[in-house]
Ligand binder design. Sequence first.
Ligand SMILES: Cc1cc2nc3c(=O)[nH]c(=O)nc-3n(C[C@H](O)[C@H](O)[C@H](O)COP(=O)(O)OP(=O)(O)OC[C@H]3O[C@@H](n4cnc5c(N)ncnc54)[C@H](O)[C@@H]3O)c2cc1C
Length: 457
Amino acid sequence: MKVIIIGAGIGGLSTYHSLRKHLANSNNPSSPLTIKIFESHGSPTSTTSNIGGGLGLAPNGLRAIASVSPKAAEYIQAHGYPGAIMAFRNSTGRLLGQYWNGRKERYGFGTLMLRRSVVHEALLRDIPSDAIVWGMKVSLVRETEDGAVVEFSDGSTETGDLVIGADGVRSVVRKAIFDDRYPAEYDGLTGVGGFIPTSALSERFRESLRTEGVSMTFGPHGFFGYSICPNPGQEAATHEEIQWWSIYESANPPDRDAAHVDIRNQLLERHSLWKSPYDSPDSSIYQSIIELGCGTSNDPDKRNETLLILSRYVTPRIPQWCSPSGSGRVVLLGDAAHAMPPDSGQGVSCAAEDAVAIGLLLKHYCLDRELSLPESLRRTASAYEGVRMKRVWHILDIAKRSGDSKKKQSKFQERIRDSILWLICKLPESFLNDTLLAHDVNSAVAEYLSKIKSDEK
Ligand SMILES: Cc1cc2nc3c(=O)[nH]c(=O)nc-3n(C[C@H](O)[C@H](O)[C@H](O)COP(=O)(O)OP(=O)(O)OC[C@H]3O[C@@H](n4cnc5c(N)ncnc54)[C@H](O)[C@@H]3O)c2cc1C
């Protein structure tokens, strides 16, 4: 069987690991397994540096990654900072409560705060270099009688038995199979953020990073967060960094290449009057982070190059993640199938879970049940949607509510939001988190397969 993966992002790389783990024992000499990844970025370094930014990786995502690549999971754990405790505040500086969000003791893997590039590097490390073809931009995918053809922008083509579209929120594969019926749309929120060293900030603030954990402040017209985030290139003992991010409502998506000084001024206008117990007499902590994060000058030498401006594009709910023909020869996963708003903290995890599910299902139908390839692909596609869709829709619902709390709020809405956050912090960790964080995609696939087996009897 020849599998083509489009996109060497977190979803595409996780899929490679999953297929290699679950299908490596394919001993069908007439159809040996080959897996090829095609990525539009020119090299691993250009991809890794392009995916910049920081993120929170949830225990369920790490569990999924560990199940197909223990080495990648180890690398991620070595380069992440524990992010299981969060402090919720409002913009007056009032602490609404502290919230447990994925303790290792409870879930086996703990929530980690880390650079997105670390997850990428971890997954790349153990993939042979000839498995990925860099600098190949897909322009079209189409099905044939007995396969799927991928067309590249340089005019070349590649044919596979199965094509997996892991090409992100603006997926060309999705566009091709659904005739552009489900384009990604701007959801009205924009995120700005990056990394800064903490050395220029007060000792008291630096201490609070350890005691309070991930700081999440909700205001009348936006949100501000920060957390320790290790920089693998630097000695932690001498050079500590935080990742910071501001999320706000904006009718039109701002220019990704906007001048840093303009971004800085907009952020200062939004957050500099917010209060925090870590303000110093002459400057608020938000102001200090924004100034360090954006750089104080438009002079390229003085800019903070980690600054990212990301307008949030999400996909509508796509009723199918596989080509409408039902052949199962073209399948979407990760953001290509369901772009997650960052508020979910589950985008990486869902992409990894999708990847594991596809590997397990292909193994079940192709190897364990020894069905013909066309039948295996058809059944894999249908089971994949059956195992994954309901869970992903549930996560999207939660993320939507969380995103709405970062939009403009009236005084009354603010009071309600603060009360809800206060209440959330009083609830046991299991109450809100077990469904998301205790999820084991391996068990979910096994349960689904045993259910359809009993339905078939
Ligand atoms: C600001 C922000 C913050 C986030 N925070 C979090 C968080 O805290 N926790 C979390 O879990 N998730 C977070 N996410 C979401 C998470 O980053 C994504 O859900 C996840 O990276 C999706 O992985 P993917 O592999 O599906 O897509 P991507 O990572 O987008 O990878 C797609 C790959 O396909 C390649 N590609 C695209 N088009 C083509 C083409 N035509 N031909 C060939 N290759 C192509 C791209 O270059 C890329 O390498 C955040 C996202 C954003 C934007």
